[in-house]
Write a protein that binds this ligand. Structure first.
Ligand SMILES: Nc1ncnc2c1ncn2[C@@H]1O[C@H](COP(=O)(O)OP(=O)(O)OP(=O)(O)O)[C@@H](O)[C@H]1O
Ligand SMILES: [Mg+2]
Length: 297
């Protein structure tokens, strides 16, 4: 982990994010995008030089460091698998209330290179090198305790190399495959207490999807359907099946999408409910929520 002080004023970034959370208004931030886990902002807002992704606060510094270690191990795993990683540094900010926030810092990517945008502006083609690169990456990275989120919105393509950019929630499980190897409370605290047990089960089983190449690439196809890239789905299926000797089917991707379309908007509703509850009982909510999920655009 590199030291942030000279490049980012973490206290200022955290103050800006908390201000936006309190006001429920992100106008003062320069958002670059959002997935289901984090919002991505250009920073500093006036003259952006980096992309910053904030992970909800851990209860203490030790837990935040454990999360950082898991991220670093995941980077290493990708490098060993010969998967290009967008240069990412992790920065720890311990707040005055003792809670520890982690920021991921990256260069601001050219949106035209985002896998989804590349496919949107290219005629569907079986054997496209981006599809081959992602299929190979999934085959080399996925393992029983390691999931890999291969959706096209997580890759940059420069014409020859596929570079992964999404590292905020590494899907690294313990040997039992029922727990992440870092404190998932940081993520679960965003939900009403009574739903956490159920959600933890749902979200862990979602993580298992990403532990096989077939599952991770099936999810990639489901996301193509979500993004309106339907015409790419059949060529992608033929490319992947041919390359990896698997048997992906369009119906499986459609089932995944139907399932996610029910689960993820429900999950956001729960977070909004929890935000309402905490705010009405004099406590603060910790996450910057998008208006809607990427399933309701
Ligand atoms: N370095 C970057 N520069 C510019 N835009 C970015 C950058 N990183 C991410 N984005 C944009 O933000 C979106 C979400 O980023 P990312 O996938 O890292 O978030 P996430 O919440 O972890 O996603 P997920 O739901 O897949 O877990 C990306 O699809 C992309 O559009
Ligand atoms: Mg993502």
């Amino acid at each position: 982990m590199s030291e942030p002080a000279e490049t980012i004023d973490l206290a200022a970034a955290e103050a800006a994010v908390r201000h936006a959370i309190r006001r429920r208004n992100t106008d003062a931030l320069q958002l670059l995008g959002h997935g289901e886990i984090s919002l991505v902002m250009a920073w500093p807002s006036q003259q952006p030089s980096s992309a910053l992704k904030r992970v909800p606060p851990f209860r203490d510094e030790a837990r935040a460091r454990q999360y950082i270690d898991v991220c670093e191990q995941f980077f290493q795993r990708l490098r060993v698998a010969d998967v290009a990683v967008l240069p990412t540094t992790l920065h720890l900010h311990v707040r005055s209330d003792g809670r520890a926030v982690v920021y991921h810092q990256q260069p601001i990517a050219d949106a035209r290179q985002l896998g989804t945008n590349v496919l949107r502006t290219t005629s569907p083609e079986e054997g496209h090198p981006l599809l081959l690169a992602v299929a190979d990456a999934a085959a080399r990275v996925c393992a029983p305790t390691v999931g890999f989120d291969c959706q096209m919105a997580n890759w940059l393509w420069d014409g020859s190399t596929a570079t992964q950019l999404d590292f905020t929630s590494p899907f690294v499980l313990d040997e039992s495959r029922s727990e992440l190897t870092y404190d998932s409370h940081a993520f679960l605290q965003e939900y009403p207490v009574l739903t956490r047990f159920y959600l933890k089960r749902e979200l862990t089983s979602l993580v298992l999807r990403f532990t096989t190449p077939e599952g991770a690439l099936g999810d990639m196809l489901a996301n193509m359907l979500k993004e309106g890239l339907d015409d790419w789905v059949d060529p992608a299926i033929r490319t992947i099946n041919d390359r990896l000797g698997v048997q992906l089917r369009r119906e499986t991707a459609q089932e995944m999408l139907d399932n996610d379309r029910k689960l993820l908007p429900m999950v956001l509703k729960l977070k909004k409910g929890q935000r309402w509850w905490l705010n009405h009982t004099g406590r603060s909510y910790e996450q910057l929520l998008p208006e809607r999920t990427t399933y309701e655009r």
